[in-house]
Write a protein of this length. Structure first.
Length: 724
């Protein structure tokens, strides 16, 4: 595979050597129809289509999606064969199910919840069942065409259940990209099925978002809803698998707009439009008719500007392109009605007999007309109240003439606002501010307009759809390869059955099945294993009292406090292995722990003979992690000279005697028994433990969970496999 430095080169073709790239989205990029008893197709428009089509120029891939047309079962093979040369694979759905999935659930539940509009959520079991059914249909199609060596790239909120459904059937590398915003946790949880959707997306290997804010919101939700450990760019799952979470700002294909500007047909349209508007300055709005786009606020701001500057009434015109969207949904129908009323009211109030200041065009426009309007506009106003990215801003910039560019007025609530620093950034809820920004934009001098344009066009040209696609796929490639590096070999059962063996099982963090760690289950495994002649020791960080009471009557040995105490098999005595110290280290440590407990509601201190623990399991995960990091940073200088060590647990900070060592416990057992081999089983292997195990003769390391990043020699999926 050829690699390049992303920071220095853009749009370099990418190739995944190990398999195919399979893209999955709600819709395929074509419309099909039947003419003269024969199926035909043509390319359709749409933002995702444009983005992925741009990415496909450098990275060929198979594309799976829905066709949004009823194809009789007996004709579906014909349609598949028609689309096969284009590497397009259709998913056929029953019409009612498709409508419930798309309109009622994806756009009637997920869309408003993600865009801070919970009052528009209309959750029904019928719609949810349809969403599940369609995601299962997509999963069946993906699994029929994807191999374990492939990369699967799932797109958007329509298919949030898909990653988990695929992983349950095929162990393939999956990337998921969300093309809308991801809200803060308190907003996200207004979604009735928030936990189910989040858990399903977390089955992915790489999850991408438009902005750092959306990425941070997702990490916070994963932490708060599931108590998962999160890092700046990843989430550690309970089975040890690490999910990469990163930011990939989507772009457009600027070359497409640059070329279009010089086309004769566009120039002709430009001249015609210029003639229609005369010498008036044009303020342009291009949006879908959607409540997140803030169209009414834009209209009110324009009215406010005209009232404050009546001299502009006959000198300016606001042309609002409002592309019809989801017209069957009541909220959208009401929005369109309100916009029409508002336009009529404003035109009637500030307009004149010879001039209508606002033109509301409730239709979509073809690409050439759109480019001509972008080129003609003096100002483009984007007033979204919530918007994942908004590529209209980039399209406007890409269409400008560098000798006389227009000005972009951009809502701070769009994802792209963080990147287009040359725009005039507004809060659309502040009508007067937006009105003043329109006025400033109309009167901006040429030098400043050029300067603003140069800073924006540089970003638009460097962060293209091709760059976005390549960046995501390269990251998914790296994630897949890192998995391959750490993938260990499946345990050969003959290793477990060979001779008398010392079997050490770390039970802390073994989450494959909580039942596997109960006394009855361990007993049943030992009694039902027939000729299982091993000496089994359970290792834990728990105290000897906790461990002893938990496994009373079970024919196993116990190692408590990670090596401080050992109770041999069939013995009631605990043997202490740690060396007492003369320094009263707890008098130094305890005040710090108490200090942070007092400032962390829900946290508490555990004090034992060999250790002190700051436990924040019941605390808000994000705040608890913040406090734990702060505690460690402040405590470390105070204890560096003491005979103790500091360690981080999943929800804890621990100080313990340095003389406590699991290796001492293992040495004791190895020397006191005639074992032919040693098997060490753990959900995690620290490097020190691995080195020690590898130094022992006939010692094998086994990790529980295939996806844990470890250099252990073997893996098992569940603890039960050892006793089968």
């Amino acid at each position: 595979m050829t690699r390049t430095n992303q920071s220095s080169k853009v749009g370099i073709p990418f190739c995944w050597e190990m398999g195919n790239l399979v893209v999955v989205s709600n819709r395929l990029p074509v419309n099909i129809s039947k003419e003269d008893e024969k199926w035909t197709y043509c390319t359709r428009s749409g933002s995702l289509v444009s983005i992925l089509t741009g990415a496909k120029r450098s990275t060929p891939f198979k594309w799976i999606g829905y066709l949004d047309v009823d194809v009789p079962p007996e004709e579906q093979t014909e349609v598949r064969e028609l689309l096969e040369p284009e590497c397009l694979i259709p998913v056929f759905l029953e019409r009612k199910t498709a409508d419930l999935y798309y309109a009622d659930f994806a756009n009637g539940v997920i869309w408003p919840a993600f865009h801070y509009y919970p009052e528009a959520i209309h959750f029904t079991k019928e719609a949810w069942d349809a969403y599940v059914a369609v995601n299962k249909a997509f999963a069946a199609t993906v699994c029929a065409h994807a191999k374990t060596t492939d990369l699967v790239w799932v797109h958007d909120y329509h298919l949030m259940l898909l990653p988990k459904l695929i992983k349950e059937r095929v162990d393939v590398n999956i990337g998921f990209f969300l093309h809308i915003l991801f809200p803060p946790c308190d907003v996200y949880t207004t979604l009735p099925v928030a936990r189910v959707l989040l858990e399903s997306v977390l089955a992915s290997d790489l999850i991408g978002f438009h902005t750092v804010e959306y990425t941070r919101n997702f990490l916070c939700s994963a932490s708060q809803l599931f108590g998962l450990i999160t890092k700046p760019q990843s989430i550690v799952m309970e089975d040890g698998r690490e999910v990469r979470v990163d930011t990939f700002p989507v772009g457009i294909d600027p070359e497409k707009f640059h070329v279009a500007v010089s086309q004769p047909s566009v120039k002709k349209l430009y001249k015609s439009l210029r003639k229609s508007f005369g010498s008036k300055k044009l303020i342009l709005g291009v949006d879908r008719m959607d409540y997140i786009k803030g169209i009414p606020l834009k209209l009110l701001a324009y009215k406010s500007m005209l009232k404050s500057h009546p001299e502009l009434v006959n000198d300016t015109v606001l042309l609002q392109i409002a592309v019809p969207s989801r017209e069957s949904v009541a909220e959208y129908e009401e929005l369109a009605h309100n916009c029409n009323e508002l336009v009529g009211q404003i035109n009637g109030t500030v307009g004149t007999l010879s001039h209508v200041p606002i033109h509301l065009y409730h239709k979509s426009v073809d690409f050439e007309t759109l480019v001509a309007l972008y080129l003609l506009a003096d100002v483009c106003v984007i007033s979204s109240i919530r918007d994942g990215m908004n590529l209209v801003a980039s399209e406007f910039v890409a269409s400008q003439c560098k000798e006389d560019p227009g000005v972009l007025v951009l809502s701070e609530f769009t994802g792209v606002s963080a990147s287009l620093s040359g725009a005039i950034i507004i809060n659309p809820w502040n009508i007067d501010e937006m009105a003043n920004s329109m006025y400033v934009a109309l009167h901006m001098d040429l030098k400043q307009r050029k300067s603003s344009y140069e800073s924006m066009i540089k970003y638009v040209r460097s962060h293209t759809s091709m760059y976005w696609g390549n960046s995501f796929i390269k990251e998914l490639d790296q994630v897949a390869r890192s998995r391959a590096i750490f993938n260990t070999e499946k345990l050969d059962k003959s290793l477990v059955r060979s001779g008398n063996t010392l079997l050490l099982i770390w039970i802390d963090g073994l989450l494959a099945s909580h039942k596997e760690l109960e006394r009855e289950h361990i007993n049943a495994l030992l009694q039902g294993s027939g000729n299982f002649a091993h000496s089994v020791y359970l290792v834990s960080n728990a105290s000897e009292e906790q461990l002893g009471s938990r496994f009373v009557g079970v024919n196993v040995g116990l190692i408590a406090k990670n090596g401080a105490f050992v109770k041999k098999i069939s013995s009631d005595e605990w043997v202490s292995l740690y060396e007492p110290v003369s320094v009263d280290w707890k008098t130094i440590v305890m005040p710090w722990f108490v200090h942070y407990v007092e400032r962390t509601p829900g946290a508490f201190v555990e004090e034992e003979e060999t250790r002190v623990l700051f436990n924040y399991k019941g605390v808000d995960p994000e705040f608890g992690l913040w406090q734990a990091n702060d505690l460690m940073a402040n405590l470390e200088p105070s204890v560096s000279h003491l005979p103790i060590r500091m360690a981080r647990g999943r929800f804890s900070v621990e100080c313990y005697l340095a003389s406590v060592s699991i290796t001492s416990a293992i040495d004791l057992l190895v020397k006191s028994g005639d074992f032919q081999s040693v098997l060490v089983v753990s959900p995690n292997f620290e490097e020190d433990l691995l080195l020690y195990c590898h130094s022992l003769e006939n010692c094998k390391t086994i990790v529980v969970g295939k996806y844990r990043k470890t250099r252990a020699e073997f893996f098992i999926d569940t603890l039960s496999e050892l006793f089968e």
